[in-house]
Design a protein around this ligand. Structure first.
Ligand SMILES: *Cc1c(COP(=O)(O)O)cnc(C)c1O
Length: 396
């Protein structure tokens, strides 16, 4: 089989072609290799395969041709030397952190994290003697002050969930590197189309492929990207031996999802920007946050590190939880869901769902008020989406 490596082409072209492994049948669409194992031509070949002297596959917990295609396509799109796919985004986050630390180490992370990520840093790692400090990610002084002698890694997501703050990846990477630590960036909210953390100085990027990479609400998946050295040193053995592998079927769905990623994310970003314009000055909305608007709190950082806005818009409805619930219940097209990046437009009330686990004080600290909702733009006609949101605001 031959592998296409297509670095010379632009990112959108790589999304369609990179990593394709074409079998002897010459199929146009990538094949789904639904197999657990592989057979060998001889005992000597099996021995050589296990010694790493013969290239090829051994067992699908380690690697699989369809999963490899997804990994190569992701790596070439992201501009990373290496990638490893995982069963979920949380497996990617957990391994990216766990792989780097030992008992006695310390992690610094931004407070505004996806709920499960915050659990890993705050509750899970400490069980194994890995302490952590949570900081306001937009305040560079807090990152600097949090560094200790035993700090191994920094972790952040940007834009943040759900308030869409934008953190300065380059500046935070410099602080991490000066401390002898690495920086891991969860790039889900910006998508690989609009932001390239490795180019900005990060050492590792993680995705929940469940979101825009699938983009049509079907499969869970994740991916970890970095230099060959980073992946070999921290991730390679851990994934193989602990087994959070991506199934070939899900890898195939995600691989085909990548082919349409740029088209979808552009359209979703345009719709989100249209929604932001339509709702910004609405009398029932007290605050609207959209990276790409001139009134975004980190407008300079957005300009410096993002190539596009966001597929998400956050806004606060006057009247707290009651008004936010009435608004959500009055929507006819936009569906209530905690997911994002789907073909279907979705609305979330973070205070009672994704961020319910936090105390009211912790939510207040993150700007997650009872009236705040997070909108994820789908692929419907933008006018239908805007009309649905405006009609539901009338009812709120
Ligand atoms: C969804 C999400 C995750 C977790 O991904 P799963 O695929 O659900 O495990 C991690 N980080 C961010 C920012 C997410 O949106």
């Amino acid at each position: 089989m031959s592998v296409s490596r297509v670095y010379r082409y632009r990112p959108e072209t790589r999304l369609v072609h990179a990593g394709t492994l074409r079998s002897q049948f010459g199929e146009t669409s990538e094949a789904l290799f639904l197999t657990q194992g592989y057979v060998y031509d001889s005992a000597a070949q099996a021995e050589a395969r296990f010694k790493g002297e013969d290239p090829g596959y051994q067992y699908s917990r380690f690697s699989n041709p369809t999963v490899s295609m997804f990994e190569t396509r992701m790596a070439e799109f992201e501009g990373a030397e290496a990638a490893r796919a995982t069963a979920t985004g949380m497996a990617a986050v957990t391994l990216a952190l766990l792989g780097q630390v030992r008992s006695g180490d310390h992690v610094v992370a931004a407070k505004a994290l996806f709920g499960s990520c915050r659990y890993i840093v705050e509750d899970f790692l400490p069980r194994y003697g890995v302490t952590s400090t949570l900081v306001d990610g937009t305040d560079l002084g807090q990152w600097r002050k949090a560094v200790r002698k035993n700090t191994k890694t920094f972790f952040l997501e940007t834009p943040t969930n759900p308030t869409l703050d934008v953190l300065d990846i380059t500046a935070i990477a410099e602080i991490a590197h000066a401390a002898g630590a690495t920086l891991v960036v969860d790039n889900v909210f910006s998508t690989p189309l609009w932001q390239s953390p490795l180019t900005l100085g990060a050492d590792c990027v993680v995705y929940s492929a469940t979101k825009h990479i699938d983009g049509q609400g079907r499969c869970l998946g994740g991916v970890i990207l970095g230099s060959e050295e980073f992946i070999q040193k921290h991730i390679h053995m851990l994934i193989r031996q602990t087994g959070p592998s991506l199934s070939p079927f899900n890898a195939w769905v995600l691989l085909k999802g990548l082919e349409t990623l740029a088209v979808r994310v552009r359209r979703q970003t345009d719709t989100a920007a249209t929604v932001a314009v339509a709702l910004a000055d609405h009398k029932k909305i007290s605050r609207l946050i959209y990276p790409g608007r001139p009134d975004h709190p980190q407008v300079e950082v957005v300009r410096k590190q993002m190539r596009g806005g966001s597929t998400l818009v956050a806004f606060e409805i006057k009247g707290g939880k009651r008004a936010a619930f009435r608004f959500q219940d009055a929507l006819k097209l936009v569906r209530i869901s905690n997911n994002l990046g789907d073909a279907k437009s979705l609305i979330t009330h973070p205070a009672t769902t994704t961020h319910q686990r936090l105390t009211p004080a912790q939510r207040a600290e993150l700007g997650i008020s009872d009236g705040l909702v997070r909108f994820s733009a789908g692929l419907e006609h933008p006018d239908d989406v805007v009309n649905d949101l405006l009609a539901a605001l009338e009812a709120a």
